[in-house]
Write a protein that binds this ligand. Structure first.
Ligand code: OOG
Ligand code: NI
Length: 456
């Protein structure tokens, strides 16, 4: 890349910080949550020197304080495709496909995020992006009206569009353009107190599904939450009420474990905000909330299948009303999931980064098979660190959607997942997240072995 251009990583870092500052202004409770998470993270690190060392070794510590994900929802394929181009300026690419229709939410989604090790280390900002599936609106007149309303809005300012096109044409943005881009891009995600529809239309959309009203009635895809990463989600959940935040009833995802896997999440309820409809009538809308997450090791296909199986098993049990009971039930079921790093690795359940031990010298055979690899790890010649899960979980995401949609659940939509349609609308294929972890693991192993070979 031309040295005159700002790196995509710098633009993303700048943008994620600007977005966090904007959201703190818009939703002051988010600022309170950030302080709580920072305090808990500091306490955890002070109490657990081993964890601090391991996070430091795997470059997790430095990014912890900047790490966030956000979520947005768009209404039309063109909007999704335009945002793909906008996120690409910041080195964020669509990873994974999530079908939420199965959980009664009429959207399908991807996560825009950085993909390579260096970019993830620098700032792993992720945006969970959902496309409304208008075809799931049963009432044909309302469906057409929603499409019509959406066709009149422009979610990316002309200035931002021009800068995206410039970046694509020349392969980067200079410092002044990058700064202008960040400011212009922020506008897309701002909250608007004024709805684009009148009261009656809003009510009709709302009656169909609250989420449809949220996507269709406003000028753009306002950021609906930003989520910091904590090292102890149980502690944050427990302490939320003491700082005036009311968490959702249960933590989503796997139970607490010695070796955290995938992702655990909890949120606080959406705020009721005053809005003005297009016919000047005042009203309320709830959309924006706060969330926290704790991330663990990424699972292989085999590990993920075991997770899905155990989660499904736990969901057969009578639903627990409080978090303690829910966690106890989950923990019981998840005893079937190995909980030490060695077993997770040996059984091919989780992904790891490999490193050459400093000063280790061995002569390596031409072909490294699984047995040799084990021996190298046992001898301390190769180190491994868990590779952190960078993605989302559809069942958890559905739980988060439900809780901030007011808890009213609806039955699943009959429709099937439709990744091909989503990719068509996106204008690109989504990256397969498991393949991505596997290739990062292989690359780290290749690099570690190359270091060892270089020493002989
Ligand atoms: C997205 C909900 C999903 C997560 O962390 O799983 C999500 C939304 O409400 O738009 O953010
Ligand atoms: Ni989220």
């Amino acid at each position: 890349m031309d040295a005159a251009y700002v790196s995509a990583d710098d633009i993303r870092d700048h943008f994620s910080k600007a977005m966090s500052a904007m959201y703190q202004q818009e939703v002051p409770q988010y600022g309170t949550l950030l302080s709580l998470v920072e305090r808990v993270n500091r306490d955890v690190l002070a109490d657990d020197a081993d964890l601090a060392r391991s996070l430091e070794a795997s470059d997790e510590l430095a990014r912890l304080s900047v790490e966030r994900h956000g979520a947005i929802r768009v209404g039309l394929p063109e909007e999704l495709a335009l945002l793909r181009r906008m996120f690409a300026v910041m080195g964020m690419y669509p990873v994974g496909y999530y079908d939420l229709a199965a959980a009664g939410v009429p959207v399908h989604s991807t996560a825009f995020r950085p993909v390579d090790d260096d970019a993830l280390r620098r700032n792993p900002f992720r945006v969970f992006t959902s496309l409304l599936r208008l075809e799931l609106i049963e009432n044909a007149a309302l469906r057409e009206q929603a499409r019509e309303i959406l066709s009149h809005r422009e979610i990316v300012t002309p200035e931002a569009q021009a800068l995206i096109a410039r970046c694509e044409a020349q392969g980067g943005l200079n410092a002044a353009d990058a700064e202008a881009f960040v400011q212009a891009a922020l506008d897309t995600f701002r909250w608007h107190h004024d709805a684009t529809v009148d009261r009656a239309t809003y009510d009709r959309l709302h009656q169909e599904h609250r989420l449809i009203a949220d996507v269709v009635s406003f000028h753009g895809p306002h950021i609906n939450h930003l989520t910091p990463r904590t090292l102890d989600i149980d502690a944050v959940q427990q302490q939320m009420p003491s700082v005036g935040i009311d968490p959702k009833a249960v933590i989503e995802g796997p139970p607490r474990r010695c070796c955290p896997i995938l992702l655990r999440q909890t949120s606080f309820k959406a705020l009721e905000e005053t809005i003005t409809f297009a016919d000047s009538v005042a009203g309320h809308h709830t959309a924006r909330f706060g969330e926290i997450e704790q991330r663990g090791v990424a699972l292989t296909q085999k590990g993920r299948a075991l997770y899905d199986q155990l989660l499904a098993q736990s969901r057969q049990l009578p639903a627990a009303q409080d978090n303690a009971t829910h966690q106890a039930q989950l923990a019981e079921v998840f005893q079937a999931f190995p909980d030490d790093l060695d077993t997770l690795r040996r059984e091919g359940l989780a992904f790891f980064h490999y490193y050459a031990a400093p000063d280790a010298k061995v002569s390596l055979p031409e072909h490294i098979d699984a047995e040799t690899l084990e021996a190298l790890v046992d001898q301390g010649v190769l180190f491994c660190q868990p590779m952190i899960y960078e993605d989302f979980l559809p069942v958890s995401a559905a739980g988060i959607f439900q809780s901030n949609l007011g808890g009213e659940e609806r039955d699943e939509y009959a429709s099937q997942a439709n990744q091909a349609q989503f990719e068509h609308d996106l204008g690109a294929d989504v990256i397969d997240e498991i393949a991505l972890y596997a290739s990062r693991e292989q690359a780290s192993l290749d690099a570690a072995l190359a270091v060892l070979k270089g020493r002989c």
